[in-house]
Design a binder for this molecule. Structure first.
Ligand SMILES: *Cc1c(COP(=O)(O)O)cnc(C)c1O
Length: 389
């Protein structure tokens, strides 16, 4: 065979750095997860067994919450929290427009009305003034989302809600372990919902979630609601649903929970490195960074850039994947607002157009200098990014 006829080997491309890779976290703990799942299988009890109960106790201890109930997803956790707090069909629930679809789906699925309001630029969480002016005689509750793991302005929201007699649910799907003035989120409102979707700071091998509440009464109600609304005698005392945490997911979560705090600390370290490395670009007005927040756990590290498509493409060419969380705002999704005109949410619109989530998962951050170099390269030209005030 002539060497001339041989195919040239493809030019070596640098491996793509994914934006999220839950498989890498599982790989890091694979042996322990395999052993835990083997024990769950050997137990012969696959739903509502000892592993699920143990996880509820351990996660409650992590949070310092009196009661935790394992459920099937973060969306279900939000619905069950609202139901336990007495939200009824036709009631209005106020929520930020800049969040994952699950936050709104959870409201609508129990027959409540989702009222979207704007976020504020410092935390990218619900704007207390927008919340206050959206309250009506039909408002029953507000959902506070700690977006990207940055605590929202919860103390302000709690003050307004208390004065108006409204329930407060924390959506902690991004914020396992985040704190406000040293107090852990998920214990500050009337109830909190957690998602263990695989990419979250604490993630399972499938769908899973949990609700944290303060009273035995609320906990008991959620335990029944998640299991067809049945009491111990298997009488349906509530109009319930099927939303139980299975033993395979509980076994996985019990392996990963003890590593959550250290992983969050790594996310914070990597966030500070991004802050420092990108500061010159901020000075040049090319990018806005998430405002540093001491209790944030950086589920995402999302920068704001004006010509996002170009930056994404430039990074992709250099082997760096990015993601957008979230666009457009939920106040513009036809399945959530129907034929109504979208409410006015200008900060959400601006963030939805400019946010870009960089890799921040600890398992990916050996690539951080490569990511930073690619960003500096891409952002050294292009239009300026005015900070939002
Ligand atoms: C992931 C997520 C949810 C929904 O959680 P699921 O487990 O996917 O149902 C709700 N709110 C926010 C902010 C989320 O990121």
């Amino acid at each position: 065979m002539s060497a001339l006829g041989a195919k040239q080997p493809p030019r070596a491309e640098p491996p793509i750095v994914p934006q999220a890779a839950p498989g890498l976290r599982v790989a890091r703990h694979r042996e322990a997860i395999d052993a835990a799942i083997a024990r769950a299988i050997a137990s012969g009890q696959f739903i509502l067994g000892a592993g699920g109960e143990a996880f509820e106790v351990e996660f409650a201890r992590f949070l310092g919450a009196p009661f935790v109930i394992g459920v099937n997803s973060g969306t279900d956790a939000l619905s069950l929290a609202l139901l336990a707090l007495g939200v009824e069909p036709g009631d209005e629930v106020i929520l930020p427009a800049l969040t994952a679809a699950g936050t709104a789906v959870a409201v609508r699925r129990i027959g409540a009305i989702a009222r979207f309001v704007d976020v504020e630029p410092a935390t990218r969480g619900i704007d207390p003034a927008a919340f206050a002016s959206a309250i009506s005689s039909r408002t029953a509750a507000v959902i506070v989302v700690h977006l990207h793991g940055t605590p929202a302005l919860l103390p302000e929201i709690l003050r307004i809600a208390a004065a108006r007699g409204l329930a407060v649910v924390e959506d902690c799907a991004h914020a396992h372990g985040a704190t406000i003035d040293g107090r852990i989120v998920g214990t500050l409102g009337d109830a909190a919902a957690f998602s263990f979707y695989p990419t979250k700071n604490l993630g399972a091998l499938g769908d899973a979630g949990a609700v944290a509440v303060h009273t035995r009464d609320h906990a008991e109600r959620i335990r029944r609601l998640r299991n067809y609304g049945q009491d111990d005698a298997r009488i349906c005392v509530y109009d319930g649903m099927n939303s139980r945490l299975d033993e395979i997911q509980a076994a996985t979560l019990r392996v990963l929970l003890p590593h959550l705090a250290a992983d969050n600390a790594l996310r914070q370290t990597h966030a500070r490195r991004y802050d420092e490395a990108l500061a010159p670009l901020v000075a040049l007005g090319r990018v806005n960074l998430p405002r540093p927040s001491p209790g944030a756990v950086y589920h995402q590290y999302a920068i704001e850039v004006v010509d996002r498509d170009r930056i994404r493409q430039a990074l992709r060419t250099r082997g760096i994947a990015t993601a957008i969380h979230y666009a457009p705002g939920l106040h513009r999704h036809p399945g959530l607002i129907g034929d109504a005109a979208p409410p006015n949410c200008t900060v959400t619109d601006r963030l939805a157009d400019t946010l870009l989530s960089l890799p921040i998962q600890p398992e990916l951050m050996e690539n951080q200098s490569r990511i930073v170099a690619a960003l500096i390269d891409a952002l050294s030209s292009g239009p300026p990014c005015e900070p939002l005030r």
